[in-house]
Design a protein around this ligand. Sequence first.
Ligand code: NAP
Ligand code: L37
Length: 309
Amino acid sequence: MLSVVARPLGLGASCCRGSRRAIATVISGNKASKLVRERLKEEVEKMKVQFCGFRPSLVVLQVCVFQVGDRDDSNLYISTKLKAAAEVLHSIMSVNENQTVHGLIVQLPLDTVNHINSELVTNAVSPEKDVDGLSCINAGKLSRGDLNDCFIPCTPNGCLELIRQTGVSVAGKHAVVIGRSKIVGAPMHDLLLWNHATVTTCHSKTPDLPEQVGRADILVVGAGRAEMVRGGWVKEGAVVIDCGINYVPDETRASGKRVVGDVHYASANQRAGFITPVPGGVGPMTVAMLMENTVQSAQRFLLRSQSHG
Ligand code: NAP
Ligand code: L37
């Protein structure tokens, strides 16, 4: 396995955890995702040669429905809402039936003006094309440990890949996940559990977050709270994976803002053994895993069409 962990310049592997603390090894999502993309490129090339120009294909559905007018008329409002939902479901059905498409993701969160039921929408995606792994069929398989028979959501799948890059084994470790969303926290819990970690999942009602974090050999954070996890909470030598993407004001930037994670990086890297940066950590791996799931879906499609004659 190729390693994508890199020590920051100026710090050799000789850093010891003595009187002066070692700085964590940075796990580069940019490098790891590049390796994944290169591997996928080769696989796609092979498919193309073997199956006369065959190409995996992915559809990303972005739902954006504007309300017609601003009349405070509940009948008009309800009919607009129903029409919007029907249109979305119709688009999903037509992609489901389209044999040239192997992956379909519906970008979340959905249009908020019309409050379309996101559960209805994610479950309308055919489980064979659900490369985001959000339908209840795929989520159910993951929660029961049928990992080889489902699509694993891209962000947790990318996080696991980054943990693997450290060489630290998951089996038998105490893992702590912060967040329980369908896209990050809940599937991350399942994935760590079925890779044989003992898992604690924390959320907004967890009363003793710092204590829980302090027990983690492996910590995955997906809370959407800028720099919430402080370095002092982190267990010495832990693997820290930060999914957070938060934009904070920064007048020194032309854009007036910068992106930070859910972990306070400058203090956490004084305690962790390994840490993902933001940007350049989990984000690029999420995109690579989406490509990976799409290629896998195309391969399964080819296998099914071969076995059907
Ligand atoms: P979400 O749906 O808002 O879920 C956030 C979760 O964090 C919830 O379970 C919430 O608890 C928990 N939480 C919020 N505040 C907390 C606190 N103070 N203490 C403990 N737990 C707390 O968000 P999400 O979609 O999972 O995304 C989480 C973060 O990951 C965001 O920054 C998002 O931008 C980022 N993200 C990154 C990628 C990537 O590729 N890097 C992909 C997806 C998301 P409750 O359940 O109790 O509300
Ligand atoms: N797959 N991802 C998927 N499906 C969805 O429905 N909502 C959602 C989703 N969410 C998501 O946030 N994905 C995501 C993907 C890529 C990045 C971040 C989030 C990413 O590449 N981030 C870069 C750049 C960050 C920046 O500078 O703005 C990074 O290096 O982290």
